[in-house]
Design a protein around this ligand. Structure first.
Ligand SMILES: [Zn+2]
Length: 397
């Protein structure tokens, strides 16, 4: 494991200092260089903790494949059914594609990824196996969590629940779920199955909740009720998207935020431009842990995305009308500490004893770095450089 000192850097935009790394961990902040220690001169760059991609779909990106001309229908089920068929017709190999997206993501400064991976009656657990192989191959480059995700529904396609159980036995880190009312049309059955799997395997849950307004609030209440009843605290339950928190009824949203905070349930928001989204600052002020991510990029759902979590800070800022430097810094914090906490990672941050997972980047302050999104970043994972100038320092197929 590397031993070195990174000099002339400004952690979180503060005063210039140095960071000494021993065996891949931060051994000292400030102080003189020990004789004989390898020196890496940061030339006044900002230093932030490694970016956290807390919601990806690595198994189904088309990145690096021929351009996909999207003519998919407008409904959620159109996209889901089209995707299931496309995996076969386009030859979307989960192992190859997830490795490509890992390189793209790490290239921008990410050191931690949570990915949802499809489990259904057509692909079975092959996508899980493919992404697990990627996780093992890139263990030195990124820490990865895999959520077994019933994208096509859990109860409406018999056999899926058994496959989800297999995915958990293979080593998935959390149980996924999706729209308990509108997907399976059986919210109690869906959530009992998701939480049942989580209990059986001793894992957390991370549920896609796109349901809007009152329907979403109803599903959210059922999730909170189960998390409390089962004693699943400490962000072991995550609600991804949580569009219902973007509804205009301020009192109802504040009540939900208070309940989420009390139950220690985290939310994940992308700041999706086309949908109502959770109010970022109000959620954090209420004590809710918030993470963010890219969601699907360059897939059969849509052409967008390049897996740059620093860009996500900018999107969150624009979508939430964040203008003050202190507000934009909160958006960046969602991309680092927020995501880490959402993923249950306490071994994180620029502090003595923590892994040396760092991004060095130019900018006079953090807000300038967010809005200018510099390409020339240098990323360290446990003290080793994993990316420079927007490109990973390792090869993928
Ligand atoms: Zn998603």
């Amino acid at each position: 494991m590397p031993n070195l000192i990174i000099t002339n850097i400004r952690p979180h935009g503060g005063a210039e200092t140095s960071i000494t790394i021993k065996s891949g961990r931060i051994a000292a902040i400030g102080g003189p260089a020990e004789p004989g220690l390898k020196v890496f001169d940061g030339h006044g760059l900002l230093a932030i903790p490694g970016l956290v991609e807390a919601h990806a779909h690595l198994d189904k990106t088309l990145y690096g494949m021929p351009w996909y001309v999207n003519k998919v229908g407008p409904a959620l089920l159109d996209k889901i059914d089209n995707e299931r068929a496309s995996k076969r017709t386009l030859g979307i190999d989960a192992h190859r594609q997830s490795a490509r997206q890992v390189a793209l993501t790490v290239g921008h400064g990410t050191t931690h990824i949570r990915t949802h991976v499809d489990v259904d009656t057509e692909c079975g657990v092959t996508s899980i196996e493919g992404v697990m192989a990627t996780k093992a191959a890139h263990a030195d480059h990124v820490d990865m969590q895999i959520v077994a995700f019933p994208q096509s529904g859990l109860l409406r396609r018999p056999g899926t629940l058994e496959l989800m159980d297999t995915a958990m036995r293979l080593g998935a880190d959390a149980v996924g779920g999706i729209d308990p009312c509108s997907m399976d049309r059986d919210p109690k059955g869906h959530l009992d199955a998701v939480f049942g799997l989580a209990q059986r395997h001793g894992k957390g849950v991370d549920i896609h909740l796109h349901e809007p307004g009152e329907m979403g609030a109803f599903s959210m209440d059922l999730i909170i009720e189960r998390a409390k009843a089962l004693g699943m605290r400490g962000q072991s339950v995550v609600i991804s998207h949580a569009f219902c928190l973007g509804m205009p009824d301020v009192a109802a949203v504040d009540r939900l935020l208070a309940d989420l905070a009390a139950a220690e349930i985290a939310i994940l928001t992308l700041g999706t431009p086309s949908r109502p989204v959770p109010p970022l600052l109000r959620a954090r002020a209420a004590g809710v842990v918030v993470g963010t991510g890219s969601d699907g990029i360059r897939d059969t759902w849509g052409p967008y995305g390049d897996a740059d979590i620093l860009e996500r800070a900018k999107i969150l800022g624009m979508r939430n009308n964040l203008r003050h430097d202190t507000e934009v810094e909160q958006a960046l914090d969602v991309c680092t500490h927020g995501g880490a906490k959402m993923m249950g990672i306490s071994d994180y941050g620029i502090a003595i004893g923590k892994p040396a997972d760092l991004v060095l980047l130019p900018g006079s302050c953090l807000t300038e770095a967010v809005v200018s999104r510099p390409v020339d970043r240098i990323t360290f994972k446990r003290g080793r450089i994993t990316a420079r100038n927007g490109a990973a320092a390792f090869q993928v197929p």
